[in-house]
Design a protein around this ligand. Structure first.
Ligand code: BGC
Length: 919
């Protein structure tokens, strides 16, 4: 039977407060038959009266169908119904709803005005705005529309208006300010009360490495209106104006970095009447992304006393959020909670990596039973240090994990629990850093929308959550904050350009976020509008780079981050320990070529032939100049770092004939580092991809499984529960890397997820939105099964493989309206599959279980093994007598092979014999 599900409008399910003039409708098909395709649909939209009826449209299109009906009215509920016919002669129907928002900020005109509090500038208390009003007729519907300069929490009759936090979100406030819509369900006949509390938040709170307040203004302000529609059809508006009263309540201090102080011993302090505040409505837009919610709560895993006597709580997970405290205190008793990500090597509370952030919440109790939480701050923490508790006094702490509430999209697991932990760390890192904007980290005095981090991680992130609305909002702020003269800001929203990096030119990879993220969204969701909407912003970035280029057509000037945090710093000749060895401008030109490729492809999608031709031609020229400058006549790269070779291979910058040799030198480089990577932010996301795609897949697998520093599993082995900023954020001896920039919750290196899903599981899109995709699992030693589930815009794709006990099994689920090309491991043919559930099973001689002895085994171990000795005596007698052997005994075989590749087959034979011996 054919069924429809997941009906969305602009990616949202039955949204309230939708302000798109021409929103887009999507649905998914489900059927118990195979090979299902939609052949026609009919869409109707109505609010009693029919606004749009497409009639039967012969089309496969089931995503992002643009509304073409009559103009919507503001604050109006609509239902939409879709009927679908499939190629098996079945049909199905489903409906969903949405309610428009104000459609324009001007709707506040004459109904509400901006108000502010009148507290002294030095007073750090959070103002509370209150208004009482009477309801005297039966209510049909009530909606609250609200926003603030600052952060706000609204309450109706003492109840929080909904379960969201950090409204109105963080945007480029002077250009775009979101308002929220709330369905108010708890009005009562008679007296009612609206209360809104303001915090400084991102608007006027301190932000930046050396925190500076008032980036957008020094006065918080409120704009709100409650519109009550009575059963008799009449309407009443309670809007903000000078009749609202202002008081100061318990919140005496609140800053995102520093935390919050609440004092419950002070009586509510009347301040006076609200004051009019001068600000227009033109910048208002309806909430675009998903709101921040408490996605889960975590109990205390361990309560203990640290060696230095401090009272600590461990939540066993590094997370973004805050702690809810339940306590019955003495009047005036002060409870202090400090937050940290880690303990130091002695087991004491460690806050050395928080920079200027105090991350401290303070409560002065009133003597009653109280349940407390902060309102306008958040912390990145795993541990809490509690002060002020009395001997024997009970307290209950619960951690709330706060994050933008994106729709989940997928999951991955495999046979190795360490990789599963790594994958969880990647996903935690995403949720921890998706707090209204994609941030670099949630704990220190930064927490900014760093662009380069998003360039690295977004292609991975799309496999975990539907990031379309979240990123679209952020991209609009990027465009809003872009200045053609500087190309692209370093952080979005841009709070640095009025401080340390004022007027700084955009840097490679960081600025490329302007092209990479829209393109990733297009590829993932088939969303062309994001490309047309961002096109100008993309072009500003591409044109900025073009203007930076010298006569040779290459970008070789200005500040660059280079291969940020790459480990091969010894060779970079720079004082900055944060930069890898790869030449800054080599990196910049690789990125430029990537952006030019995206520009040409985007112009093509948008049907802009002229631009397409222009960017293709420009790319050819830049590529020729790149080869002239950075590739020798014989096909070697002038920079032979892991990152340089990775970028050349991954972005297709070298001639086909040179590929194999470059891949071989990359392999050599890794072997010379004893199977360790040295890559930073730029090389890491593509390192394993470049290896797998250039005949070195096994090596990619070894890097993945490397447990020694540096490597993904080193962090896991050290107990990481998120992805670290640095490969060696915590040193092998357990001490914290003292570098002043060191967070345990940065997601860039989580980009290995992309390799797990697209290479190990082998899921890659062929057409936007995964309308057509390939599944080609790639086995690796040490992993015997892996499974991926991914919710595409056409429905759920599931792929799982297993290679155990001489049998290979592959399972695949293809959603309706999509086609898969499946390449079964160890089989040559590729199957073309329509929707359905498929299972394959066949014998194999392959054993993927990790052998005891591998090329990573030390030579000493081989020499001492009884089975190895006779083989060596037979084939390499001279080696055993060579006195030099003493110097390399403690090297793994792989690093010896870096200098004597011809010995590889012999060592493989020996290792096989050793493994088979069972000794
Ligand atoms: C941030 C990074 C960011 C970088 C730019 C750091 O302070 O945390 O992740 O990309 O600065 O260099």
């Amino acid at each position: 039977m054919l069924k429809l599900y997941d009906l969305t409008i602009e990616y949202k399910t039955n949204p309230l407060g939708l302000d798109e003039v021409q929103p887009r409708f999507s649905w998914k098909l489900q059927s118990d038959r195979n090979g299902v395709r939609q052949i026609a649909y009919r869409l109707t939209v109505s609010n009693g009266e029919v606004m749009w009826d497409t009639g039967r449209v012969e089309s496969e299109q089931s995503i992002l169908i643009e509304y073409m009906g009559a103009l919507f009215e503001a604050r109006t509920a609509y239902t939409w119904t879709v009927t679908v016919w499939d190629n098996h002669g079945e049909s199905a129907e489903a409906n969903a709803s949405f309610e428009t928002g104000l459609l324009s900020g001007a709707a506040f005109e004459g109904k509400a005005r901006w108000i502010t509090h009148g507290l002294n500038k030095e007073d750090t208390a959070s103002p509370i705005f209150t208004k009482s009003f009477t309801v005297s007729k039966p209510v049909a519907k009530a909606r609250l529309y609200a926003t603030a300069l600052g952060l706000y929490e609204a309450e109706v009759n003492g109840q929080k208006a909904d379960d969201t936090f950090f409204t109105p979100g963080w945007t480029s406030y002077h250009k775009r300010l979101q308002y929220q819509t709330y369905a108010v369900e708890n009005l009562r006949q008679g007296e009612n009360e609206l209360r809104v509390t303001l915090g400084k938040g991102w608007y006027s709170g301190a932000l930046g490495f050396t925190p500076i307040p008032n980036h957008y203004g020094d006065t918080t302000a409120l704009l709100a209106m409650l519109i009550v529609t009575y059963a008799d059809g009449s309407e009443e508006v309670v809007g903000t104006d000078e009749s609202w009263t202002v008081s100061a309540g318990a919140i005496r201090f609140s800053e995102i970095y520093d935390g919050e102080t609440q004092d419950f011993t002070l009586p509510g302090q009347p301040v006076g009447k609200a004051q009019a505040f001068d600000r227009g409505f033109e910048t208002l837009v309806a909430q675009e992304n998903e709101p921040v919610r408490c996605l889960m709560t975590l109990p205390v895993a361990k309560e203990f006393t640290a060696p230095n006597g401090e009272h600590l709580f461990d939540f066993a997970q590094n997370l973004t959020g805050w702690v809810e405290v339940k306590i019955t205190g003495n009047p005036g008793q002060k409870i202090v909670l400090r937050h940290a990500e880690s303990l130091d090597e002695n087991g004491n509370f460690y806050t050395g990596n928080l920079s200027f952030a105090k991350a401290t919440d303070t409560y002065i109790l009133n003597g009653e039973e109280q349940t407390l939480r902060p309102h306008f701050t958040f912390h990145g923490f795993r541990y809490v240090c509690l002060e002020g508790l009395e001997e024997g006094q009970a307290i209950e702490l619960t951690a709330c994990h706060l994050s933008s509430d994106l729709k989940p999209a997928g999951s991955f697991s495999c046979s190795d629990p360490r990789i599963n932990r790594l994958q969880q760390n990647i996903v935690w890192g995403q949720r921890d850093n998706y707090l209204d904007v994609p941030t670099d980290c949630p704990q220190r005095s930064e927490r900014l929308g760093w662009t380069g981090d998003a360039t690295a991680f977004t292609p991975t992130a799309v496999f975990h959550q539907n990031v379309a609305p979240f990123m679209r909002k952020w991209l609009r702020d990027l465009a809003a904050d872009q200045d053609p003269a500087t190309g692209a800001p370093q952080v979005v929203p841009d709070v640095l350009s009025d401080g340390a990096t004022g007027g700084q030119n955009g840097a490679a990879y960081w600025g490329d976020v302007a092209t990479v993220v829209p393109w990733t969204l297009y590829e993932t969701y088939g969303d062309k509008r994001v490309l047309s909407e961002q096109y100008e912003s993309m072009k500003i970035w591409a044109e900025f780079i073009r203007r930076q280029c010298g006569e040779n057509g290459l970008w070789q000037s200005g500040f660059q981050y280079g291969d940020w945090l790459g480990l091969d710093t010894e060779a970079n000749g720079l004082a900055d320990e944060r930069k890898g060895a790869t030449d800054d401008y080599y990196v910049a030109n690789c990125c430029y070529l990537w952006t030019l490729q995206i520009m040409a492809d985007t112009a093509k999608v948008l049907g802009n032939d002229e631009d397409e031709a222009f960017y293709r031609e420009l790319r050819e020229q830049v590529l020729a100049a790149f080869r002239e400058e950075y590739v020798t006549k014989t096909g070697r790269l002038v920079s032979e770092t892991q990152t340089a070779m990775t970028l050349a291979l991954h972005f297709g910058l070298v001639e086909e004939k040179d590929r194999a040799a470059i891949a071989a030198r990359l392999e050599q480089n890794i072997a010379a580092h004893k199977t360790h990577l040295t890559t930073g932010f730029i090389g890491t996301p593509y390192l394993c991809l470049a290896l797998s795609d250039n005949g070195k897949h096994e090596l990619a697998g070894k890097l993945l499984l490397q447990e020694e520093n540096p490597g993904w599993l080193y962090e896991v082995k050290m107990g990481a529960t998120t992805i670290w900023e640095r490969w060696n954020s915590i040193m092998p001896d357990g001490s914290f890397n003292p570098a002043n920039m060191n967070s345990l919750n940065h997601y860039a290196y989580g980009s290995i997820g992309y390799w797990l899903y697209t290479r190990l599981c082998g899921l890659q899109r062929l057409e936007p939105g995964f309308k057509k995709f390939t599944v080609a699992p790639r086995f690796m030693k040490g992993i015997t099964h892996a499974a991926l589930s991914y919710e595409s815009v056409y429905g759920t794709i599931k792929t799982a493989w297993r290679c155990e006990n001489g049998v290979i099994t592959v399972d695949l689920t293809v959603p309706a309206n999509a086609t898969a090309l499946l390449t079964l491991p160890e089989k040559d043919e590729t199957l073309t599959l329509g929707s359905g559930v498929y299972h394959y099973e066949y014998p194999t001689e392959t054993r993927l279980e990790q052998d005891r002895y591998t090329l990573e085994t030390l030579l000493r171990v081989v020499l001492e093994h009884p089975v190895a000795k006779p083989i060596l005596e037979q084939y390499m007698p001279q080696m055993l007598d060579n006195p030099m052997i003493e110097y390399v005994k403690n090297e793994p075989i792989s690093s010896l092979l870096a200098y004597a590749a011809e010995a590889k087959p012999l060592y493989e034979m020996i290792l096989k014999a050793m493994n088979e011996s069972g000794i």
